[in-house]
Each structure stands twice: as C-alpha cells, then as structure tokens.
Design a binder for this molecule. Structure first.
Ligand SMILES: Nc1ncnc2c1ncn2[C@@H]1O[C@H](COP(=O)(O)OP(=O)(O)OP(=O)(O)O)[C@@H](O)[C@H]1O
Ligand SMILES: [Mg+2]
Length: 223
C-alpha cells in the first residue's frame, strides 16, 4: 500500500469519521499483523474513549489538531512535526480528525498521503466537501505530487431512499469513490462494546464493508 498516513476528515460533524477511522485502523492492523497506529486528533477524544475498553486491536494515541488563526502562515506546524515523528516508528498511521476545521485543513493536506472523506449520501455536506477537495487539489500542486490522494466514502447509505441519484453528485469531483458503507446499527453497538466491527460482528455486511474500504485504499495509486 502506498498510503502510509491516512486521515479521515471532513468539515461536517457526525459524518462517521471516528467510526471509519477506528474500524479502518483495526482492519489494517489485522491484515498487516502489526504496525498500524491510530491517532486521535480530535479533542472530543472519541477514538481514545473507544480504546479505553482495552479491546481495540490497535494502539491509539492523541495528537490534537486545533484550529489555526486566519493569519497563521504555517497552520498546524507543530502537529505536522508530531505526526511525522510517529510515522518514523509506524508503517501505517490512521488519523481521526475533528469536525469544523477551516484554516488548519492546510496541515491535514500537507501531512497526509491519503484523505478519506466520509460523506452523507443525501448530499447535505456537498458544499463543504467541494471546498475541501479544492484545497486537496491545490495542495497536490504545492507538493508537486499525487499526494494527498483522496477517497470519498459514502457513509450511512440507506438503500430504501433514492441514494443512487445523490451519489452521482460526488462524481463531478473526479476523485475516486469507495464502495458505500451502509446504515448499520452494528457500528454503534461495536462502539458501545469498545470493539471494532471485525471482533464484534465478524463476517457481517458491516465488517465486509470495512474490508472493502481497505481494498479500495489499496487501489488508490499514489506517486
Ligand atoms: N455506517 C453507519 N451506520 C450506523 N451508524 C453510524 C454509521 N457511521 C456512523 N454512525 C453513528 O453515527 C454517529 C456519529 O458517528 P461518528 O462519531 O463516527 O462521526 P464523526 O464524524 O466522527 O463525528 P464528530 O464530527 O463529532 O467527530 C455515531 O453514533 C455512530 O455510531
Ligand atoms: Mg469523531
């Protein structure tokens, strides 16, 4: 896999960042055997709390990214250094980002190899996603590279609604779109039990969807 630092980020609160970050990190850990670290960058500490059970299969540390000031020329500089130090010791890092960042998003696009953007199939977060993807494309120019890669992850897909039409909304970004993750209560129960979905409900559709996400990440080619 080319992506070593994977951030799960978008502006919208409650889109499923922590759910995806925790389950993805554990799925990666299980396919790699070891070497994955989950970083909680959100002061809400959802991922840290999840790991408080002692049952997660991945180590979690916190490195909180705060919002920068508008006139800050190098937003999140110290945080970037902290993440790079962790990356020296861990082959794979998954970062659970906070919602609502604006100026500090530059730090996320600067340090990440790949950014996963959980989106609501209803398109309610369309405009904030569009803004973020513009920043990602700009960052590639500055870095003179394909990085950060980007993978849009439709989350909480409810097949009873007319989601197919709405998902096509995200195609105009011309960025890869991962197989959708369904609306599955198992994710919430797994959190309540302090487990990842692969331990809590192995072999279920929810588990398979996380596995498909790992495969989709593997398929994002980065130079
Ligand atoms: N695919 C899903 N199916 C069912 N429930 C989900 C799914 N994804 C997330 N949830 C639930 O939605 C709620 C919010 O999810 P989560 O905490 O992962 O979002 P978040 O983007 O990290 O939120 P925040 O912006 O506050 O950090 C949680 O109760 C979680 O269990
Ligand atoms: Mg969260």
């Amino acid at each position: 896999m080319t992506a070593r630092i994977i951030s799960v980020c978008n502006y919208k609160g409650g889109a499923g960042k922590s759910t995806i970050a925790v389950n993805l990190a554990c799925a990666l850990q299980s396919s790699l055997g070891s070497g994955c670290l989950l970083v909680d960058a959100d002061r809400q500490g959802t991922a840290l709390r999840w790991s408080g059970s002692g049952k997660l299969t991945v180590k979690v540390v916190d490195r909180v990214l705060h919002e920068a000031r508008e006139d800050d020329r190098y937003p999140g500089m110290l945080w970037i250094t902290q993440i790079k130090m962790l990356a020296e010791k861990h082959p794979y890092i998954v970062i659970d980002m906070p919602p609502g960042l604006q100026f500090s998003l530059a730090a996320v696009t600067a340090v990440s190899d790949l950014i996963l953007i959980p989106v609501n199939p209803s398109g309610i977060d369309f405009h904030s996603t569009a803004h973020f993807i513009t920043l990602i494309k700009k960052s590639r120019k500055v870095r003179a590279s394909d990085k950060p890669g980007c993978l849009i992850v439709p989350n909480r897909l409810d097949r009873r609604t007319t989601v197919a039409r709405n998902l096509s909304l995200y195609e105009q970004f011309e960025e890869p779109i991962a197989p959708p993750i369904g609306m599955r209560t198992a994710f919430a129960y797994a959190f309540d039990h302090g487990q990842w979905i692969g331990d809590f409900a192995p072999g279920t559709p929810a588990h398979r969807e996380i596995q498909q996400l790992v495969d989709a990440i593997d398929g994002v080619a980065l130079a």
